[in-house]
Design a protein around this ligand. Structure first.
Ligand code: HEC
Ligand code: HEC
Length: 131
């Protein structure tokens, strides 16, 4: 029969939480530096699953509704980085016709890079901002 030494167990839990804090601190550092997607990308699930789809409505945007200054809170490098829509990615190969319903995140990023906050409303709605 195995017997656990509770002293050792307690010590390893303490090590575990110290490690967790260190990892959390590193994650925070990375988040504040922005990223090219990956783990730090903003994740609100599949936007197309909400009642108004891509259009942002007040209930799903309690923090940012009514504000025009999207990029104060949304870091460009952390959005439009991961396809969570369930649509296939548009294929870029010239000999393959892109499927009718596909998501081209690279194209979205290009539009957003060019037009900054002016680009948001055509895709995400007015966000409650008077035009
Ligand atoms: C004050 C900070 C802030 C501002 C300004 C802001 N947002 Fe947000 N946004 C958030 C936060 C936080 C969330 C997560 C939901 C929440 O808590 O409101 C979010 C969520 C979203 C989502 C995902 C919604 C969903 O379906 O789950 C979209 C899209 C979005 N914002 C677009 C915009 C656009 C476009 C603008 C500018 C017109 C904007 N945001 C301005 C903070 C902000
Ligand atoms: C050409 C259309 C288009 C434009 C322009 C656009 N978005 Fe999006 N946005 C999308 C789509 C489509 C998604 C869902 C992406 C996914 O699941 O990969 C999305 C997702 C988001 C999300 C959720 C997080 C994420 O990465 O999925 C936020 C936040 C967001 N957009 C904010 C903005 C802001 C702020 C602007 C303007 C600076 C903007 N968008 C401009 C189409 C657009």
């Amino acid at each position: 029969m195995m017997r656990y030494d509770t002293t050792v167990e307690r010590r390893s839990t303490a090590t575990g939480s110290a490690l967790f804090l260190a990892v959390a601190a590193i994650a925070l550092l990375l988040a504040s530096c922005g990223s090219d997607g990956g783990m730090e990308s903003e994740d609100y699930g599949n936007l197309l699953n909400s009642p108004a789809g891509l259009i942002v409505v007040e209930q799903e945007h309690p923090t940012g509704y009514g504000r025009p200054d999207c990029l104060v809170c949304h870091e460009l490098r952390n959005i439009h980085a991961v396809n969570r829509t369930g649509l296939p990615d548009c294929t870029a190969t010239p000999d393959e016709a892109p499927s009718a319903a596909c998501l081209d995140l690279a194209a979205i990023r290009a539009i957003v890079r060019d037009q900054k906050e002016a680009s948001c409303a055509p895709c995400h709605g007015s966000n409650g901002v008077e035009p």
